[in-house]
Write a protein that binds this ligand. Structure first.
Ligand SMILES: Nc1ncnc2c1ncn2[C@@H]1O[C@H](COP(=O)(O)OP(=O)(O)OP(=O)(O)O)[C@@H](O)[C@H]1O
Length: 248
């Protein structure tokens, strides 16, 4: 279990500021949500933490260590990301076995077969799925494989970028329950992006509301449920979501 601390994170692409002065702390084992309008910079925050984007300013620490000072191997074992679209994140011509073996090989981990089997079992898939290819899996099964691959290196922190929004509603609940169960069992720290406040409510202890590259408010679940937000945009976003829920 490791905490995540983001301090004064800013990034520009060309002349355009994408993130400005982002700051939040996530306790070890906590699930922290990022919500906000499309283009507000939620995924960019995750990409900076994962070092998929590197030209940022500020400070990001995982377990107290500055991620810029972490050797690559240590960073990969500290933080992994799960993307929205498992079709995009799994190679179509790689079997599940190959997809899961790659990080084991790159990081020269011992007991490869045992690790493969444990990761697959942890996400609730039978072992004969090791020989399947992405097109032979359902959307939910593909996302389970993507989660298994993120788990192989036993990271302390998982970054979840809309992990269920490409899935059917019934399958969404299964994958969310799996993620909750994994957090309970393994004590992962999650930072999770979702446009769906019901998902955030189900999963997260606290959340940050983002607008135009800034955090306008950080709320806990109680404030989300009762719409105790103070910032006008945060209030409006939550109100719209509550109305949507009431209309269902
Ligand atoms: N590689 C890039 N090059 C140029 N602009 C980019 C790049 N990546 C992101 N942006 C811009 O940065 C801003 C933030 O994008 P980001 O994907 O982080 O937003 P988001 O809040 O996750 O949006 P969504 O909910 O639609 O996924 C957007 O205006 C986007 O167009």
């Amino acid at each position: 279990m490791k905490p995540v601390d983001v301090e004064d994170l800013s990034i520009r692409l060309g002349d355009v500021p994408i993130l400005s002065g982002i700051g939040f702390s996530v306790a070890a084992g906590e699930c922290f949500g990022l919500v906000g309008e499309s283009g507000s910079g939620k995924s960019t925050v995750l990409r900076c933490i994962a070092q998929l984007m590197v030209h940022w300013q500020g400070r990001i620490r995982i377990g107290g260590t500055d991620i810029r000072r972490m050797p690559l191997q240590e960073r990969c074992r500290s933080v992994q990301m799960v993307f929205q679209d498992p079709y995009g994140s799994l190679h179509p011509r790689q079997s599940v076995r190959t997809a899961l073996s790659e990080p084991i090989r790159i990081h020269r981990l011992d007991r490869p077969q045992e690790r493969l089997e444990r990761a697959l079992t942890e996400v609730g898939l039978p072992l004969h799925f090791l020989d399947r290819f992405p097109h032979q899996l359902s959307g939910g099964q593909r996302q389970r494989v993507a989660i298994a691959r993120a788990l192989i290196l036993e990271p302390a922190v998982l970054l979840l970028d809309e992990p269920t929004s490409a899935l059917d509603v019934s399958v969404q609940a299964e994958v969310l329950n799996l993620l909750s169960e994994l957090r309970r069992r393994r004590g992962f720290t999650y930072v999770m992006v979702s446009h769906d406040l019901a998902v955030i409510d189900h999963m997260c202890d606290r959340l940050a509301v983002m607008q135009a590259g800034r955090i306008v408010e950080i709320l806990d679940r109680a404030a989300l449920i009762g719409n105790g937000a103070r910032h006008p945009y945060a209030r409006q976003l939550i109100e719209a979501s509550l109305e949507h829920e009431r209309g269902r």
